[in-house]
Design a protein around this ligand. Structure first.
Ligand SMILES: O=C(O)CCC(=O)C(=O)O
Ligand SMILES: [Fe+2]
Length: 272
């Protein structure tokens, strides 16, 4: 398979509920009530194989200024090793992944959840290689997103089995859908702010999707297992708030550029 084949989003071996409405009504109700919903096997095994190949091909490309954004991190188990932590801003440079992000059942499912057509806000692959760090408890909206839109939906697509051992996503339980920040912007949610709910790991299989809104508290642990845990995160806003992708990436480039564009000695801190 080649990266020039744009997926239709409706390959024959997959039977979504319908092309326009991939999520059943009870999933939309679950999302409305709790702020998240799991969509098991939204992508077929052959689609996941294709996406996995595309991700590996992207990760093997040379890092160049002006192309997709690659961020590294030292391994927690062997700090002399540098791992790819994540790749962002790849849609303009990869037609296959762009098709998944912008012309697939993800956009249609997100439109169901937001109640109108959506625009892609940002796209990211978190690699979480063995030795990759976890993510402190946060709401995505805390990362300054309110300047672009009041609400987003993120579609998480599991590419490798995500397990308790390799740091699968953890979701807040015992909480109705929050519609506001429960903590200040730019810092993790603390114990006091999270005392009303508990965190529960949600192991997922390749092809599973999990949709959550930008006020939904989530976290994940470090990967201290031998298996990698690649997950795609595609984030959308309602089209009535406009196409904010360009503005977001212009701003983010100034405060948190990809590693290739960092001046030696400059310090950049990942906050949430
Ligand atoms: O990859 C994960 O486990 C969670 C990532 C996340 O929440 C984020 O990047 O905002
Ligand atoms: Fe997040």
């Amino acid at each position: 398979m080649t990266s020039t084949t744009a997926p239709s989003g409706t390959t024959p071996d997959h039977a979504p509920l319908s092309n326009d409405r991939p999520l059943p009504p009870e999933s939309v109700e679950h999302f409305d009530r709790f702020g998240w919903v799991l969509a098991p096997a939204l992508f077929s095994p052959s689609e996941v194989t294709q996406i996995s190949e595309w991700i590996d091909e992207l990760a093997a490309r040379p890092e160049q200024s002006g192309r997709h954004w690659v961020y590294h991190q030292p391994s927690l188990t062997d700090p002399s090793r540098s791992l790819i932590q994540r790749i962002e801003n790849f849609c303009p440079f990869h037609p296959g992944l762009d098709g998944i992000a912008r012309h697939s059942r993800l956009t249609r499912a997100s439109a169901q959840l937001l109640g109108e057509e959506v625009a892609l806000f940002k796209e990211k692959i978190n690699f979480k290689e063995p030795g990759g760090a976890g993510f402190d408890l946060h709401q995505d909206q805390q990362a300054g997103w309110s300047r672009y839109a009041p609400l987003f939906v993120t579609a998480m697509i599991c590419i490798d089995p995500a397990t308790i051992e390799n740091g699968c996503l953890e979701v807040a339980r015992g909480l109705d859908r929050p519609d506001r920040l429960i903590a200040d912007e730019w810092r993790p949610v603390n114990d006091q702010e999270s005392s009303a709910f508990t965190m529960q790991p949600v192991p997922t299989e390749p092809g599973d999707a999990l949709f959550f809104d930008s006020y939904f508290p989530h976290a994940s642990k470090a990967n201290r297992s031998p298996s990698r845990r690649r997950i795609l995160f595609m984030t959308y806003n309602a089209l009535s708030f406009g196409d904010q992708r360009g503005a977001y990436h212009t701003d983010k480039y100034k405060s948190f550029p990809p590693d290739i564009d960092r001046a030696p000695g400059d310090e950049y801190r990942f906050r949430v």
